[in-house]
Design a protein around this ligand. Sequence first.
Ligand SMILES: [Zn+2]
Length: 436
Amino acid sequence: MKFYPGYQYVRQVTEFEKESDLIVQKGLIKDGKNYRCQRCNTTFLAHENCLPDGRYYCRECLLLGRITSSHYLVTKPIKKPVKKAVTFCFKGKLTPAQEKISQGLVQNFIKQKNSLVYAVTGAGKTEMLFSLLCYCLTEGLTVAFCSPRVDVCCEIQPRLQQVFPKLSVGLRYYGAKPYEPTPLLVCTTHQLLYFKAAFHLIVVDEIDAFPYAHDKKLHFAVSNALHESGATVFLSATPSEFEIKKAQQQAGLFCLPARYHRRKLPVPKLVRIKKQSLPLTFRNKRVFLQWIKYLLLHNHILLFCASISQLKAMEEFLKKEVGKDAVGSVHAADPKRQEKISDMRQNAFQIFCCSTILERGVTFSNVSVLVFEADHQIFTKATLLQIAGRADRKGEFSHSEVIFCFSQMTPALKGAIKEIKELNQKAQKAGLLNEV
Ligand SMILES: [Zn+2]
């Protein structure tokens, strides 16, 4: 039986395995009336998850393969790192501010300290990590680059493969092929549940995103998959106050308030539309369509809706008003999701109606952003900041704008606009913006 180092196998342990150098842990540990799963750290009442044969099992990580009270987690420890030559192909150039953070991350890692990179949308977070990745890979250390979002993983893997062309860069998410070890692995945070003490460096992108932000099991997965001599780098454009404070206390906070292209973040315009449901009243319809026409003068529009029903109604409404072929839509359960998103990358639609699945991790050129019903509870401050961050991401300045349609002011709306203004001021002060 072949065991790949760092990967946790669920086994009924044989004598042979007990005697070898493998780390063998019980799958579930009894704790009074409860059981705790050693793979995902979830505690559950024994009688709730009982099998007919009397064994217990963990329901929380069932999708990874059932683990019961008769199972063991078997892991082969990772090997001692051996230095090696690594081909590093990065043609871009970091700005001085990016370079400073990039070097800081390497220094922090050498001191075995965790870091948080708090950088605005479009700041070039991934590029700032290349030096650290290169350092680790040259030292022969193992690296996992993960995100809670599959779309983000799929976008990052080819980019890293380009930068390290001679290395095999793995990609794992639900439904991906069986595990083959690679020095650099891109995966969803869920996939880390399969590993134990496997990586010297774990990068966690989008730490404020669903489901990582509020899922203790995934936080455990990160710490459990990290080797005792390793460190973690967290990335976010919208970290919580708690995360920022924690990083500050550990002297691991790196803040970059400006975008790569040195332009300000567009400050959202507020447009009050009293009753925000479709069909719009005559007056509201006129106001709304005026804004749509105004935005279309310079750019395409990404139009965010709060619910699927609203999104479908909006698509129908705009098709009648603007033209059948000019409007498209996408949501999480859309079977043509990937196809439509890639069409939109080619600017196939003048107006693209979407749910919050497009709030992060995707870059379209020449788009303005409009949020309909921006005072809906689904639009938290972080979500609004991420959505606003879709505008003016790359290329030449195209008069990209952000519009929040609302009927009642909410703390999220206020907070998002305040934060954007503050980040712009901070960037201006630090000399990170071009004079306009
Ligand atoms: Zn479990």
